[in-house]
Design a protein around this ligand. Structure first.
Ligand SMILES: Cc1cc2nc3c(=O)[nH]c(=O)nc-3n(C[C@H](O)[C@H](O)[C@H](O)COP(=O)(O)OP(=O)(O)OC[C@H]3O[C@@H](n4cnc5c(N)ncnc54)[C@H](O)[C@@H]3O)c2cc1C
Length: 412
């Protein structure tokens, strides 16, 4: 009887990348990728950007052309929900009751949009943005003469605001914290993005506590017509997008007894505590070797890195070198690239003038080592910053702030 083979649970960015990496690394056995969405693995970043504005095609959204999976004899089972893992039997159970055995299981179930336990949250027109279907629903509601209320001033909310403006809609961003991107960016970067969005006509309310969503005629019925704030104000809107973070889809893993702490706990090879089960992507709580801690990352580079880690471990290849975490965001003509993570930051060094639209913020720890760099339209600072983070050497803060000093020399 043939070996059951590898099952990849979740047909998203990490799952699709893991299937490709396994073949690239020489895995000859069966690979089955199972996902509950109706389309083959695709890229989510365009959903809030080019896909929303109509500047991307379905082909460009796809991670790989469909023929890739046929050519590589990778079986795709789409629109299929995985309900449970039976670790003792080495099998997964599908929602329709079928069981499928595995030799190795790679969990790549991603994360889902966080929901707010607020009155009116379920009204029609209250949207979230995680899948292509979500993006299509959102796209259908925005256009000239429409006003979209965006709850949450994080990256997805801000990208959606920029795309809404590009489509001629009014965008109002409601952020609970005193500044945009409060959880994920430095104060200079938050200020820069607030100014950029205001310059494009986005209305921003910080310290805005949303207490509910109201339907037509002020009731909790009908289509959403407004967002209610703690001070009693009702902000009228035609649609509301809730972008308040994501939570890992780790319930199936936890129910199977795998350790989960804000994500499935894995090691630097993407292994769980069960040697037959790996976990990758947004789903995982992973070691962050450069920072001597663990964390859950939500980014494409992380999904790709862990896909390679798992594929290397399964095929007996040497583990890929540890990477500096990174992330990007595109809003209007602003290209933000962030390398590293802002842990243990003692000091910020700003290089360049934010009012020029091109600058970088370096985060240094108490030993003057670069922990993170936020670069706005400055790819050289991003590249050099990445190297500095990897090298873990103290840097000269004055030289870093001096635009006449060469980034390559500073990183050497
Ligand atoms: C709108 C948006 C914009 C983004 N922009 C950026 C960006 O600019 N840069 C960047 O680096 N990152 C960005 N990201 C993050 C990036 O897309 C994610 O980090 C990446 O998709 C993670 O890949 P993943 O495979 O772990 O999860 P996902 O891509 O979410 O894939 C998980 C898949 O598993 C499926 N699934 C879950 N449970 C089950 C089940 N029980 N049975 C079957 N299938 C299941 C899910 O439906 C999904 O298809 C963005 C994300 C979003 C939503």
């Amino acid at each position: 009887m043939p070996e059951p083979g590898i099952i990849i649970a979740g047909a998203g960015h990490a799952g699709g990348a893991a299937a490709a990496a396994l073949r690239q690394f020489g895995w000859k056995g069966a690979i089955t990728v199972i996902g509950n969405e109706p389309i083959p693995p695709y890229q989510r970043p365009p959903l809030s950007k080019a896909w929303l504005t109509g500047d991307a095609t379905a082909e460009s959204l796809a991670l790989r052309p469909e023929r890739f999976y046929t050519q590589q004899t990778i079986t795709l089972r789409l629109s299929t929900t995985i309900a449970a893992i039976d670790r003792a039997a080495r099998a997964i159970r599908l929602a329709d009751g079928q069981t499928l055995p595995y030799t190795t299981l790679i969990l790549a179930l991603g994360a889902r949009a966080r929901r707010l336990p607020l009155p009116g949250f379920d009204l029609p027109g209250v949207l979230e943005l995680r899948t292509a279907a979500d993006a299509d629903r959102l796209k259908a509601t925005i256009g000239p003469g429409r006003r979209i209320a965006i709850i949450g001033g994080g990256y997805i909310g801000l990208e959606a605001a920029a795309s809404s403006r590009a489509l001629g809609a009014e965008a109002v961003v409601l952020e609970r914290e005193p500044r945009l991107l409060a959880r994920v960016a430095s104060p200079p970067l938050s200020e820069f993005f607030a100014a950029a969005h205001r310059a494009h006509g986005v209305i921003i309310h910080t310290d805005a506590q949303v207490t509910g969503l109201v339907g037509q005629n002020g009731t909790e019925r009908g289509r959403v017509a407004g967002v209610q704030l703690a001070d009693g104000t009702i902000l009228p809107c035609h649609a509301a997008l809730v972008g308040v973070g994501a939570i890992p889809n780790d319930e199936i893993a936890a129910a199977a007894g795998l350790r989960c702490e804000n994500g499935v706990v894995v090691d630097e090879h993407a292994r769980t505590e069960d040697p037959a089960i790996f976990a990758i992507g947004d789903l995982t709580n992973r070691p962050l070797a450069l920072y001597g801690r663990r964390g859950r990352l939500e980014s494409v580079p992380n999904a790709l890195e862990q896909a390679r880690q798992a594929a290397a471990a399964i095929t007996g290849r040497p583990p890929p070198a540890a990477e500096v975490p990174w992330f990007w965001s595109d809003q209007y003509d602003i290209k933000l690239q962030i390398a590293g993570l802002p842990h243990d930051v003692a000091r910020l060094v700003v290089r360049g003038d934010p009012s020029t639209g091109s600058f970088a913020v370096f985060h240094l720890d108490a030993d003057r080592r670069v922990q993170c760099v936020e670069s706005v339209n400055t790819p050289a600072e991003f590249m050099a910053g990445r190297l500095m983070i990897l090298k873990r050497r103290p840097v000269d803060a004055a030289a870093l702030a001096d635009l006449s000093s060469n980034m390559k020399d500073l990183a050497a």
